[in-house]
Design a protein. Structure first.
Length: 254
């Protein structure tokens, strides 16, 4: 196992070198696996929730069977040690904890992230031990549409952090054009106090997006106001999407 991991590490470093030369990597740096499509929320801006093809009968209700997920992860581990579990809402999958345990303990993934709305973390907190990072979907549109639920979720994060069971957190914030960003003051303070960070993305359909000047301007304004340390976004990288010169060819264009 150690020899295999060493070989994978060397391939990773070679692929990093290839991207710096403008070449495509031979193996994926990170793999995202969607284990279900069911979600307890229906946010107005979410294009996934509006399209029936993302919610086929059976898959939406049950998700991918746990044993099938394990088989896929076993194959994925041959190429990368970095994994992102997504949904739907992954914490609604009945086998999530066993899948995460298998990935971390048996397959020894180096880093496991889970994208979640974080509304079930308290209920299923035992799964957190196998997660290296939580990417929590939260933004002001969702807070306006689900004020009670989002308030409870943010409070639960504080409680889990106080209990020392919460992995590192960043919020994935969907920014809508012309929306009111005045709540950012209080939210930035909350994140600063808790040690959370923010990754911003523009509202888009099927990954299509064109108004990069607006989004880059919004990012620059917020970073100047609240400090670069709060944000995970790299403006130079985003400019690459605008200019068609994104430095990592393996990434899909947003």
């Amino acid at each position: 196992m150690k020899t295999a991991l060493l070989g994978q590490g060397l391939r990773f470093l070679r692929d990093v070198g290839r991207t710096k030369l403008g070449l495509r990597p031979n193996s994926p740096f990170v793999v995202g696996l969607t284990i279900n499509t069911i979600c307890n929320l229906r946010c107005s801006y979410c294009f996934i929730g509006r399209e029936s093809e993302h919610f086929p009968e059976g898959f939406a209700k049950q998700g991918m069977p746990g044993e099938q997920i394990k088989q896929l992860l076993t194959n994925v581990r041959k190429d990368t040690g970095l994994l992102i579990i997504t949904g739907g809402e992954p914490f609604l999958h009945k086998d999530l904890e066993e899948v995460l345990r298998f990935a971390k303990e048996d397959l020894r993934f180096v880093n496991i992230s889970v994208a979640t709305n974080a509304m079930f973390l308290k209920k299923r907190s035992s799964a957190l031990r196998y997660i290296d990072r939580l990417g929590i979907s939260y933004d002001f549109t969702r807070a306006r549409e689900y004020p009670k639920e989002m308030g409870k979720m943010l409070e639960s994060l504080k409680e889990l952090k106080a209990e020392r069971v919460l992995p590192p957190v960043h919020f994935t914030m969907t920014v809508l054009k012309n929306e009111d960003l005045s709540p950012f003051d209080d939210f930035a303070k909350f994140c600063g106090e808790q040690g959370f960070r923010i990754w911003m993305q523009p509202e888009r359909e099927h990954g299509d997006f064109e108004d990069w000047e607006w989004f880059i301007g919004t990012m620059e304004s917020l970073i100047k106001r609240f400090g670069r340390q709060l944000f995970l976004n790299d403006i130079g990288f985003v400019r690459g999407f605008r200019d068609g010169s994104a430095p990592l060819g393996c990434l899909p264009e947003l």
